[in-house]
Write a protein that binds this ligand. Structure first.
Ligand code: MGD
Ligand code: MGD
Ligand code: MO
Length: 765
């Protein structure tokens, strides 16, 4: 037996070793609720889905760069590394000379892996900036596209409102009522960007509930709060939370139960909002009876809930999911207004914490010193897109789009470069994305496994898995600094993204600008040295690198649980104004109003969505986060596979909805709408709304084509069904969480799952 080695992933800091050729993984000893997602690693390293060698798409090799309908259907040709890197360097040179770097899309959105150095996006951005000279980037995330734009107008930056605000420690001690819009599902808080050594959510909820804290799960799906929180359950129609919140506020205001002095002292823009709330302009007071018709929660229940909040320490939580939908800006804004009306913002365990419970790096203390990061260099190109508008960009070069008060034009992209993300996981309407990708001249992807994205690429470069390299694991919100030791040799000919970019930089004459003369190990040492200096400035002595590397994991001290900018503002609004245009909480926003967007007016409003169930597609599809993996990562791994049925992703359907369609538990169904279709295995679940079905994201897209070339996913990927439109003209965020579908028993011959089989390869002709 070898010594245990330390490593870190987004779902846990751990140690591992090999026992009889089997990788055995042990979560951090302090972890009170370790994530089983770690077990996806155990059989991933040598899985057939790994990419063993550099590959070039046959059509691209034969006909050269250009739009090609064969993308996603073609065979691949294996080439030696030297040759493929020369070809790619030549192509990068060609595109730059002919069209400029403003024709290169390097947004490369995605979660990649946890280490500070081998962070794939930092690597690709650094390469494109320092060696190629720039690229078109993407802004914001699929996580919080709408929240990232609305929050700074009305409360403060996302980072402050989500990550440096109310902690789980405060909830355990102070909170009387948690209104969890979208829940706080433990499946989601398994994950923390950059690593996590202790999952505290389950215990904190248990402790708070034992003290008498009421948890209210406001979600179409009951399991969005754990049993440990002893949840009450309100199940509004999806997409109608803003109406429910408006009605809660209506009760408080009309009964004089709102905190007028808080509103006067800390907020502005109340009168315009009050006119809307009370229906002075539109003759529609936003009463519980009004809301009941929209969200289907009985008016009396809304009124009772509203009254029960008064005088209590109330925390309003709004999950990311609520804003990954049409008009997603509204519940984010309205949640803050509800907390303000209760006078709770800035109190320990009270007020408003956007997205608390959706990821494990929220609700934590922050470390005294932040982690060091690899510099991405400076981008010479101003052009950008809101991240979820990628297909629009590819299909509509030159056309205008609205974003945050201005109009921009989509750039004309010739080459896209991806490392550390999976657009055929994250983007909505995959048939449409395929159309867009087929218009490119060249699509380059670094990946460790044959994801759908690689099958649409022209040049596929095999990347190491995190376990195959050394790195430094460190985040701002976790007290464990982890050496990430190498646990296995690279698979086949796989290389680190860093060494791939070094070789390319050498071909293009920019190696020094990219590498600064360091190899990967020297970079890890260098980043550790910088981290050590930052801690020294805070009076904390960390050991030398050799000692750190030997012990594997260090615990660093964390800062005060000080409530961040909202507490400081509450304590002294003059000395610590909020970073909003007025320095206060903006119940309405003259700036947002001045943009003149019907789909995002100047105060929070309930706006009717377009994509709702109808006679043809009568069910809501909730396409939420998967329990057994992070997005699509390691979907072929043991734990993710153990949660499938007949090898297919499981969708959950209410027994009544199933009975009405003659569907039985365990059967294979076809889920469809006008955009596409997929197959999945059914599990019946009575603890959800009868008009909702749940199909999480992340089953690897596994298409079969009909005569028109329309792809149906035989494995259960919901993004073949979701709609590709922005949240509003303000933020243009992703709306992938909800769509309308129909479901039926699948009666045809069941196509095999081939998503993990490498594509066909041929030798060069
Ligand atoms: N319908 C719908 N769609 C959604 C969502 C939803 O709720 N509903 N959620 C959205 C959200 S919140 C998000 S964040 C996105 C997530 O979208 P992504 O972040 O794109 O999804 P991942 O599967 O994490 O993709 C990461 C990819 O990087 C690869 N990778 C990991 N490490 C490395 C590395 O070191 N080098 C290289 N070259 N590659 C590496 C992995 O193999 C994997 O394929 O999905 C979004 N899509
Ligand atoms: N295991 C695991 N954990 C993850 C991830 C993962 O892929 N796997 N992804 C991580 C990432 S990148 C992110 S951004 C977060 C995402 O965090 P979220 O976006 O909040 O997560 P989801 O699971 O998509 O949605 C949470 C719940 O919201 C409910 N919901 C959907 N629509 C509505 C609605 O209109 N109203 C109400 N009240 N509820 C609604 C659904 O029932 C759903 O289960 O999760 C993170 N955690
Ligand atoms: Mo996300």
């Amino acid at each position: 037996m070898t010594a245990m080695k330390s490593h870190s992933a987004h779902w846990g800091v751990f140690t591992a070793d090999w026992q009889q050729d089997q990788l055995v993984i042990q979560p951090h000893p302090n972890d009170r609720d370790p994530s089983p997602i770690l077990q996806n690693f155990t059989d991933a390293l040598r899985h057939r889905a790994r990419i063993a060698a550099p590959m070039v798409r046959k059509g691209w090799l034969e006909r050269g760069p250009g739009a090609d309908r064969m993308r996603g259907r073609d065979q691949f040709v294996q080439l030696p590394w030297d040759e493929v890197l020369d070809l790619l360097a030549e192509e990068l040179r060609r595109v730059k000379e002919l069209h400029g770097v403003e024709s290169v899309f390097g947004g490369s959105y995605g979660w990649s892996s946890a280490g500070r150095f081998h962070h794939a996006q930092s690597q690709v951005h650094r390469f494109l900036n320092n060696v190629l000279g720039g690229y078109v980037r993407s802004r914001h995330s699929y996580s919080a596209g709408a929240a990232e734009v609305i929050l700074p107008h009305v409360l403060g930056p996302l980072e402050q409102i989500a990550r440096r605000n109310v902690t789980w420690e405060q909830i355990a001690v102070h909170t009387d009522i948690v209104l969890a819009f979208g829940g706080m599902a433990l499946k989601n808080s398994q994950t923390a960007s950059g690593g996590i050594s202790n999952h505290v959510e389950r215990d904190s909820m248990r402790t708070a509930a034992a003290r008498g804290c009421r948890f209210v799960c406001i979600s179409p799906i009951y399991s969005d709060l754990p049993a440990e929180s002893k949840p009450e359950w309100l199940a509004p129609v999806p997409g109608t939370d803003t109406a429910l919140m408006l009605a809660l506020v209506h009760v408080l205001v009309s009964e004089g139960l709102h905190d007028r002095s808080f509103i006067d002292r800390y907020c502005d823009g109340w009168p315009a909002f009050e006119d809307y709330l009370l229906g002075r302009n539109d003759n529609v007071p936003k009463t519980p009876a009004w809301a009941e018709r929209i969200c289907e929660i009985p008016a009396e229940q809304i009124a009772t809930l509203a009254r029960s909040l008064v005088g209590k320490r109330v925390l309003v939580g709004v999950s990311h999911s609520l804003q990954r939908a049409e008009h997603g800006e509204q519940p984010v804004w309205m949640g803050a207004v509800l907390a303000a009306v209760l006078g709770q913002i800035g109190l320990p365990g009270g007020g408003y914490n956007y997205a608390l419970g959706t990821l494990a790096h929220y609700g934590r203390r922050n470390n005294l010193a932040g982690p060091a990061a690899l510099s991405q260099g400076v981008n010479s190109i101003q052009n950008f897109i809101p991240v979820a508008r990628i297909t629009d960009m590819l299909l509509k070069p030159g056309e205008p789009f609205d974003y945050d008060g201005q109009q921009y034009n989509y750039p004309h992209i010739r080459l896209a470069y991806w490392a550390g993300g999976n657009p055929f996981h994250h983007q909505q309407d995959l048939n449409r994305l395929a159309e867009g990708i087929r218009r490119l001249e060249t699509f380059v992807v670094h990946e460790s496994a044959w994801t759908a994205t690689t099958r649409f690429a022209d040049i596929v470069l095999p990347a190491t898995l995190t376990l195959e390299r050394e790195d430094l694991g460190s985040t701002a919100t976790d007290p464990t600094l982890a050496a990430m030791h190498r646990l296995a040799e690279p698979y086949g000919q796989a290389r680190d993204d860093y060494s791939i970019f070094c070789e390319l930089a050498r071909c293009l004459g920019g190696l020094d600008a990219f590498s600064e003369g360091r190899n990967a190990h020297e970079w890890v040492e260098h980043l550790y040295a910088r981290t050590r200096l930052a801690w020294k400035d805070k009076g904390v002595a960390l050991p030398e690198f050799e000692e750190f590397w030997r012990v594997g994991q260090l615990t660093v001290p964390q800062g005060e649980d000080d409530g961040g900018i909202l507490r400081a503002f509450r304590d002294d609004p003059i000395a610590h104004p909020l970073p909003t245009p007025s320095g206060r909480i903006q119940i309405s926003s003259p700036r947002v109003d001045s943009f003149g967007y019907d789909d995002c007016p100047g105060h929070p409003s309930y706006l009717t969505p377009v994509d709702v169930p109808n006679a043809e597609y009568p069910l809501w599809l909730v396409a939420n986060q998967p329990e057994g993996r992070l997005h699509s990562q390691l979907d072929f791994g043991a734990y993710s596979q153990s949660l499938k049925l007949h090898g297919r992703e499981i969708c959950r359907l209410h027994p009544d909805a199933a009975a009405a369609r003659g569907i039985a538990d365990g059967e294979i169904v076809r889920i469809f709408n006008a955009r596409g279709a997929c197959l999945a295995a059914v599990r019946l679940d009575a603890a959800m709304r009868v008009d909702v079905m749940r199909l999480p994201t992340g089953a690897w897209f596994d298409p079969v084509e009909d005569e028109q070339g329309r792809m149906m996913c035989v494995h259960g990927n919901p993004n073949v069904l979701t709609r590709d439109v922005g949240t509003s003209s303000l933020a243009q965020g992703s709306t992938g969480q909800l769509t309308a579908v129909q479901v039926e028993r699948f009666a045809g011959t069941l196509p095999a799952i081939t998503a993990y089989d490498p594509p066909r390869t041929v030798s060069r002709t």
